[in-house]
Design a protein around this ligand. Sequence first.
Ligand SMILES: [Zn+2]
Length: 426
Amino acid sequence: MQKIQIVFIAFIFSTLFSCLKEGKTYEMQTPDTRFLIKSESLTAFYEMGASSVSIYASEEDKKMQTPECVVYYKEIEDVLNYIQNISFEEYLEFYKKKGTQSFYDMQLSENLNITPNNEKIRIAIDAGHIASNFEEALMEERFMKIIGGKFQFYEARNTWAVAAFLFEILENEGFEVMLTREKAGYTAFGKTYKEWLTNDFQLSLEQSLHSGKITEKTYQDLLYNSDAKTVFNRYFRNLEMEERARKINEFQPNITLIIHFNVSPKPQTNSNQEYYASNENFNMTFVPGSFTAGELDSISERAKFLRLLLSGDIKNSVELSSLIIRYLSNSLKVSAVSETLNVSYLQDYCIYTNQKGVFARNLALNRMIYGTQSYVELFCQDNFAEAELLSQENEEVMGEKVPLRTKEAAEAIAAAIKHYIELQNK
Ligand SMILES: [Zn+2]
């Protein structure tokens, strides 16, 4: 178990630490930034020196050699251990406070010797979207009905079904598993969106107003002049995403899976949000990385960037994701998406990792959580044959009728996870 946590630190710095132990002058093995930087302009924000990695707030600061935060290679292992055990807000405070001082000279309030729960491998599973019924699925625009087909279904239901099957399979295997959405139709707040609107919305808005997250005008607009869909798009979606990240980070997982279903590259719909059937069907996965121009402009993004740069999260996530793609292809006969597929989100925002179906992408949830992770985009829901499978109620999980197809996907993903863990423990 401990091996898993150590491996990702070790992959970059193995040379460094072995040299240190032997008392020699160490040489830095440059961390791999291949999948981290999409836009060349971002090299202005960091520097890998002879003894440290520096993050700069601007190009100007780099020219002036006035870094915002410096981590020395010899302290990286301890820094990583420390930041894995604190919340993101605490990490951000740490990042601001650190500057150029040594980690060992910092007056840190947290106990440096916190040891994470190492008894079991911990796996967090995040089922995408929130709808608890067709009406809410239309509201969040994650509803599928094919023109000419007699079937309909919605993504939030099926992501939850895959997550629930994964929960059962992986828990039976002896892993400790957590679902961000515990029941079908629940949001990450442990209730439906409608229940949240009725019971928590007003208080949540007040808190956001007082903490400066929203302006008085937004507060008034949302409270008095907005319907459920507007509140969802302008406020709830981000709030709930943060709650997912908070729950995942609090759980301190070794592995996180984020489950979504895809549509074809250029889906065609009519005015009722009904889809024309597509012939396309494929799987793809995303891992953290691929920062694009403008994405290091804020200090909190630079702090997340540093964490990714220091850790081996990307490398491990690529390994896991590549296995997931392989198992999905072999058992479900749906292949990986082509890396040359002409869609903007792949070509303009992703970096192909040279592993079939695995792309680095700077998705909000990916950069808020840490550790090995895979953001899985299953199938094209607008493929006619796939849509029919995804609309059935021929299986059951946690007392809910769901498509057998979601169980098949979960079984393939679970097999990939077990394979990944075996490789890490070798
Ligand atoms: Zn989705």
